[in-house]
Design a binder for this molecule. Structure first.
Ligand code: NAD
Length: 434
């Protein structure tokens, strides 16, 4: 099938590459000319394991193209995906300006009837709103059908999630559109949930809100464990073996970040409020998450009377491992706070280090060399559980640091391993090792 994908960010690029890999003829369109220039040279613009190779293979097979010209990219296509950003507005609601612009771009260039699939995460009602925009601007006689197809991939395992996802959700107004999209996705062999558009839009928000709730729940249990002398890792294991609960998303830490959970939970609270529904549960989930990031700093302040002039090594910038994405990363809150407190901050990230200065204006040093970050440090703070950080022997902190005091926001090491090393260790929801 001939397909266009509008937006070549984390979702659009992965979707375009994956659709080409299963045999479709795909053109990805983006307004960012620099991105398109890099992509046309076979350089992936995001870090995602396996993406570069798959992208190049499909470009070489002439199944995958990139352009900044909507007219060129949309010419003769049967299905158009909209995968542009829906960032958070100041009031917490989803900013739909990019989706609306994409709709106008489509309407202005469309010459044939198509299915427009909204993959961006959008509040309930947006698909209908977008259809109205397209219909108001498109040439007479062109039939546009709309479909909601929310994305569930996780950065860091995006290709795996696309090829081996649990389900694909397709919301349509008519069964025929659902059947065509089923054909598009057939080669993946993933179960398809066909539903109405509003339910499809809601499935995405409800799923993210539920996962965020699980994270905030286990973080609250972790905070209680610290007060009561229990170990949250043991508690989560014991809970998770109950199949009604499950082990996923029961990992205590400094809270969720990234481009989805924070903005989608806020948008759902806002959407509920617009319909006179006070979503108290979700408001608490958000508050617990904000508090969780502050907790780590509070622990540091309790341990050191003053951070002035202390050399602090921050390990990890990305909001989670295997991505270069810093959007809503706890690092964005923690690093400026450390600088404010007078600390001398050096940050390590194996992939995202060179993005530090782009995202954080507070003066800090960024490196891809973990040994350099730790050498001579007075304390270390783990923000991202990158595999190399988890693999490191706890003893390394003792060997390299001026004083090996470690605040582990991701519970990277077992307490028994830490006890073997000569380090002072504070983690989340577990006894401290002093
Ligand atoms: P992103 O910010 O990484 O990428 C968006 C891209 O769209 C940018 O490259 C931008 O230049 C381009 N764009 C904007 N307007 C355009 C237009 N009119 N025409 C062509 N290109 C245009 O965003 P993302 O992280 O890929 O997220 C996209 C959507 O998917 C969001 O709604 C997000 O909530 C949702 N989502 C994201 C993830 C994730 O892990 N990142 C997962 C599931 C769902």
């Amino acid at each position: 099938m001939k397909i266009a994908v509008i937006g070549t960010g984390y979702v659009g690029l992965v979707t375009g590459v994956a659709l080409a890999e299963i045999g479709h003829d795909v053109t990805c369109i983006d307004v960012d000319r620099n991105k398109i220039a890099e992509l046309n040279q076979g350089i992936p613009t995001i870090y995602e394991p396996g993406l570069g190779e798959m992208m190049l293979r499909n470009q070489n097979a002439n199944r995958l193209f990139f352009t900044d010209q909507h007219a060129k990219g949309l010419d003769g296509v049967e299905v158009i995906y909209i995968a542009v950003g829906t960032p958070q507005r100041a009031d917490g609601s989803a900013n739909l300006q990019y989706v609306e612009q994409a709709a106008r771009d489509i309407a202005e260039t469309l010459r044939d009837s198509v299915i427009v699939v909204i993959k961006s995460t959008v509040p309930v009602g947006t698909n209908h709103h977008i259809k109205e925009i397209i219909n108001a601007n498109v040439a007479p006689g062109i039939r546009v059908r709309i479909a909601s197809n929310p994305e569930f991939l996780r950065e860091g395992s995006a290709l795996r999630d696309t090829f081996k996802g649990d389900r694909i959700v397709v919301g349509t107004e008519d069964p025929e559109t659902g059947n065509i999209l089923e054909q598009v996705y057939k080669p993946f062999g993933i179960p398809i949930v066909k539903t109405d558009i509003s339910s499809s839009e809601m499935i995405k928000y409800a799923s993210n809100a539920f996962l965020a709730t699980k994270i905030s729940f286990i973080n609250e249990i972790a905070n209680l464990c610290e007060k009561l002398g229990a170990d949250v890792e043991e508690v989560a294991k014991g809970m998770g073996l109950d199949h009604r609960i499950g082990t996923a998303f029961l990992k205590a830490g400094i809270g969720y970040g990234g481009s989805c959970f924070p903005k989608d939970t806020n948008a759902l609270v806002q959407l509920a409020g617009n319909h006179h529904h006070d979503f108290n549960l979700l408001k608490s989930v958000i508050e617990v998450n904000n508090h969780q990031q502050r907790m780590l700093i509070e622990k540091l302040i309790t341990r050191f009377e003053s951070l002035a002039g202390k050399r602090v090594a921050v390990l990890g910038l990305a909001f989670k491992p295997n991505t270069d994405d810093l959007r809503e990363s706890p690092a964005l809150v923690i690093i400026p706070k450390l600088v404010d407190l007078g600390a001398d901050v050096i940050c390590y990230d194996p992939i995202a280090a060179n993005q530090g200065t782009r995202w954080i204006s507070a003066p800090a040093v960024y490196t891809k060399n973990i040994l350099k970050a730790l050498s001579g440090a007075d304390c270390a703070i783990i923000i991202t559980d990158w595999p190399d950080i988890k693999r490191m022997e706890p003893d390394t902190y003792a060997r390299l640091m001026a004083s090996p005091i470690v605040f582990d926001g991701r519970n990277c090491y077992s307490i028994s391993d830490v006890k073997q090393a000569q380090i002072e260790y504070y983690s989340v929801g577990r006894p401290s090792v002093i």
